[in-house]
Ligand binder design. Structure first.
Ligand SMILES: Cc1cc2nc3c(=O)[nH]c(=O)nc-3n(C[C@H](O)[C@H](O)[C@H](O)COP(=O)(O)OP(=O)(O)OC[C@H]3O[C@@H](n4cnc5c(N)ncnc54)[C@H](O)[C@@H]3O)c2cc1C
Ligand code: FES
Length: 347
């Protein structure tokens, strides 16, 4: 079906199958349509259907809260066209082309499942076709057994890779995480749409790196640190990773983080902040390059970084409350310009 989008910066056309979402089809064609979560919670992908009609996949999506549905507003990440459509999108949009990281649908097999803590699992996907992505990006996974898509950030980094690495934290009563934790899902097939997301690291910007992550929010930070380490970025720049978990036992990927820090002669510093337990020492008993602090991860970052925000880009990911706390630090205290504050809320 033909979709025409009227935006603040021009009119664009693209084709969208009845089985695809307006947002995904537009992004695949290189349009920089607005979105954040790509899965129905944030409300950023608002469009108004002026002509034509669309089926809404998830009618109760929280992202609808601020939309005027009686006027034709839809979440483009939940809308599949049932006819040709004219959609008004109140944002500046441009058409990108010739870029190797435009999102597409792929299929993949689940592989290499490994429990990291009592409620965190590492898993890998073997892709039907290789994918290139930026460090810090995510994909949306859809499993036939679970209604709707879920966003997961890549832990690895690469160009034309045929495997993606993820970490998933169990959410009480959560449909996708229950599916992962309660079934033997090795070998199952999922649909993968991506890469997505703008909380990305670009070495050419030449900035010092500050990462603040809560729980599985560490996924994208590992991708960023892997990319930086591959390019010997910490020879000329500093990096700080603040990783928030409840107790010492809840930490994961510590061996990888410790190894990255060990390679940089002190220019990459890693801190594990424990919110529900007093740390037993100033340094992790098993990982000597990981410092321990007590309290919320945003507070740990604030205490440590005060007055050291020079030439910095900040990355934040994790539960929404944690992300909001960290953004307050980066915007109000560090006064980083908005283009150097990048985040993903794991809602
Ligand atoms: C950009 C981004 C990156 C993320 N990266 C990670 C990560 O690396 N690791 C990690 O553990 N978590 C990550 N998350 C969170 C993850 O996407 C899930 O929200 C989380 O795993 C809980 O999913 P669930 O199905 O268990 O919980 P549920 O409560 O069942 O679902 C959570 C989310 O799934 C969607 N959803 C729920 N029901 C429906 C439905 N009927 N139809 C369509 N959609 C529905 C909504 O977006 C909802 O907020 C990320 C989130 C975002 C936005
Ligand atoms: S991008 Fe559609 S609701 Fe978040």
């Amino acid at each position: 079906m033909k979709i025409t989008v009227e935006t603040n910066s021009g009119v664009f056309d693209f084709e969208c199958e009845a089985t695809d979402k307006l947002l995904y089809a537009g992004l695949t064609r290189g349009l920089t349509l607005p979105y954040e979560c790509a899965t129905g919670t944030c409300g950023t992908c608002r469009g108004r259907i002026m002509q034509g009609s669309a089926h809404i996949d998830w009618d109760q999506a929280p992202g609808f809260a601020k939309l005027k549905r009686d006027k034709g507003d839809v979440l483009m990440c939940q809308a599949r066209p049932s006819s040709d459509c004219l959609v008004r999108v109140p944002a500046r949009v441009v058409a990108r082309s010739g870029c190797g990281t435009l999102p597409q649908h792929r299929t993949a097999h689940i592989d290499a499942l490994r429990k990291l803590t009592r409620d965190v699992v590492h898993f890998e996907l073997a892709l039907s076709r290789p994918m290139s992505f930026e460090a810090g990006q995510f994909v949306v996974l859809e499993a036939p057994e679970v209604k709707g898509g879920r966003a997961y950030s890549m832990v690895n980094f690469g160009r034309e890779v045929d495997r993606l690495v993820f970490v998933i934290k169990q959410k009480a009563g959560g449909a996708f995480s229950d599916w992962v934790f309660r079934n033997d899902i090795a070998g199952r097939t999922v649909d993968v749409f991506g890469p997505l997301g703008r909380a990305t690291f670009h070495p050419k910007e030449g900035k010092n790196i500050l990462c603040i992550a809560g729980g599985s929010g560490i996924a994208g930070m590992l991708s960023i640190i892997e990319r930086a380490a591959r390019e010997d970025y910490f020879r000329d720049h500093t990096g700080h990773v603040f990783f928030g978990v409840r107790t010492l036992e809840d930490g994961f990927y510590l061996s990888e983080l410790c190894d990255f820090a060990a390679q940089t002669e002190g220019r990459l510093k890693v801190t594990l902040a424990l919110s529900h337990e007093q740390s037993p020492a100033a340094v992790h008993p098993e990982f000597p390059h990981i410092r321990l602090m007590d309290g919320l991860v945003a507070d740990a970052a604030q205490q440590t970084m005060s007055g050291r925000y020079d030439n910095m880009v900040g990355f934040v990911a994790g539960p929404p409350i944690m992300v909001d706390g960290a953004l307050r630090v980066l915007i109000r205290e560090a006064r980083l310009p908005p283009q150097f504050v990048r985040y993903d809320k794991f809602s």
